[in-house]
Ligand binder design. Structure first.
Ligand code: NDP
Length: 466
């Protein structure tokens, strides 16, 4: 089979790869893209988008209970998992179709099969055997769930399978304490599943601000999640049907548990296995993440990588911006790279969290003296709902110039608020400028422009701060 020549071959049609391919084609490049699973990638097919739909679904459970405090009554409420999954699948098919059409409209040739590097600037499609000689290759294969390797791990599911469970489990155990573990613990608890979460340290969401972590940890528990800390799964085995069936899980703290499903959410690793990095001479770290400079350039001229496969900030909008910057730089008229500073993110728990900039601990380590403004309170929404849910608003301010360097929120609208707060943090606004901004009343977010008292840590009798 003869080789086809292209200006750019993109491996992986997720958010980053599709953006890079489309923008490059719009600059006049001849572009091909390959995807081994489904066009749209993790975010659209089995990540952010379907997850958010499940988050919406899970919030109705407590929503019906809250509504009673506002005078509503609703009887015979029921939930149908299969109806939700079917509706979700229709929406995901629609979005995947839009991604495919957009590639076609931009003139990108899309191949729905696995591609591998074969060296010398060439890529081979594994099923059809077609070979492409590409002036540039962009690897945007994303990540894949981490496997740990304990006995019976194959009986567990990951975030890949969770969107296609045939039945809603009655009892689930989720392993991990990051984004996915916390979000799915909230989803399942909200859908009425008896949910446990097992995490190897003491407080979930390591890497986030400590107040935010503690707040979310406590809210998970308040929303019915049984959080087991300082423990990991040692073994999973099928339990005899005579004993009731299910999965028998042994934790390394000696505690046995019986559940219907175990979901592993212990991080993701770069999807580079078998990709031919060694053949092409592309350097990766021990976990398989491709090493790149700020422009996505690998150690091999003409080979680039963006998104989760580079394991920098593993978020969809970051991959999209990296993809756009690559296209502008390599095929457009503007060489630039994406600035990874002050990228906001949200954790879609109940209530959700939003965060941008430095945590209190990181700001202290970087700048020494900092001022903290924070408030944890029961929002107006829950005065009548009867729900004991609390919100958190926290500003981290660099003492030397009063610039707000971190914002950390927990509230029903935290993911929406943090998007706008990120503009202010990115712009380097000072606490005084936040304070000059008039409040929007009555909202929870108004607290962000109303906090005037610096937080003073409680002081022991001998004068030492706690
Ligand atoms: P995270 O990196 O967020 O969390 C991984 C969790 O697994 C941590 O709690 C970690 O513990 C734990 N862990 C890692 N290795 C082991 C092990 N060997 N045994 C037990 N526990 C282990 O990964 P996720 O899988 O939750 O999510 C992957 C990425 O996807 C995120 O980093 C995020 O970038 C992205 N994402 C973003 C979302 C959003 O924006 N809302 C939603 C979902 C995912 P420890 O803390 O001790 O390291």
């Amino acid at each position: 089979m003869s080789e086809q020549e292209v200006d750019l071959f993109v491996i992986g049609a997720g958010s980053g790869g599709v953006r890079a391919a489309r923008v490059s084609a719009q600059f006049g490049a001849k572009v091909a893209i390959a995807e081994e699973f489904r066009i749209g990638g993790t975010c659209v097919i089995r990540g952010c988008v379907p997850k958010k739909l499940l988050v919406y679904a899970s919030a109705y459970g407590s929503g019906f209970r809250e509504a009673q405090g506002y005078g509503w009554s609703a009887e015979n409420i029921s939930f149908d998992w299969n109806a939700l999954i079917a509706a979700k699948d229709v929406e995901i098919d629609r979005l995947s179709g839009i991604y495919r059409r957009n590639l076609g409209n931009a003139g990108v040739a899309a191949f729905e099969e696995r591609a591998e590097l074969i060296g010398d600037g060439k890529v081979k499609l594994v099923k059809s055997g077609q070979v492409f000689a590409a002036k540039k290759i962009l690897i945007a294969t994303g990540g894949t769930p981490r496997r740990i390797g304990f006995p019976g791990e194959e009986l567990s599911i990951s975030s890949n399978e969770v969107f296609h469970l045939e039945t809603l489990p009655k009892k689930i155990l989720i392993a991990g304490g990051g984004y996915i573990a916390c979000e799915f613990a909230s989803i399942f608890a909200g859908l009425g599943v008896e949910t446990s979460l097992v995490y190897r340290r003491d407080t979930v969401l390591r890497g986030f601000d400590d107040d935010l972590r503690t707040h979310i940890h406590n809210e998970l528990i308040a929303h019915g999640v049984r959080v087991i800390t300082h423990a990991s799964i040692k073994e999973i085995a099928k339990q005899d049907a005579k004993k009731g069936g299910g999965l028998l899980v042994q934790l390394d703290n000696g505690q046995p548990m019986v559940v219907d499903q175990v979901m592993m959410a212990v991080g993701r690793v770069a999807a580079t296995a078998g990709l031919g990095l060694d053949v092409a001479g592309v350097k990766a770290d021990r976990s398989g993440a491709i090493q790149v400079d700020e422009f996505g350039q690998t150690n091999v001229p003409g080979v680039f990588a963006i998104g989760d496969v580079t394991d920098r900030i593993n978020l969809t909008p970051v991959a999209i911006r990296e993809g756009a910057a690559f296209a502008d730089s390599e095929f457009g008229d503007r060489r630039h790279s994406f600035d990874h500073k002050d990228v906001a993110s949200a954790v879609f728990t109940q209530p959700p969290a939003g965060s941008v900039g430095l945590s209190e601990a990181d700001a202290r380590a970087e700048y020494g003296e900092i001022d903290i403004y924070k408030d944890a309170f029961r929002p107006m929404r829950h005065t009548l709902s009867g729900i004991e849910e609390r919100y958190l608003m926290k500003l981290v301010v660099r003492a030397s110039d009063q610039v707000v360097v971190g914002v950390h929120l927990v509230s029903d609208a935290a993911p929406e608020i943090i998007q706008v707060a990120a503009v202010a943090v990115k712009a380097g606004l000072t606490k005084a400028q936040w304070d000059e901004t008039c409040a929007v009343h009555p909202t929870a977010a108004e607290e962000l422009v109303l906090m005037r008292q610096k937080f003073q840590p409680p002081v022991l009798e001998d004068g030492e701060a706690l």
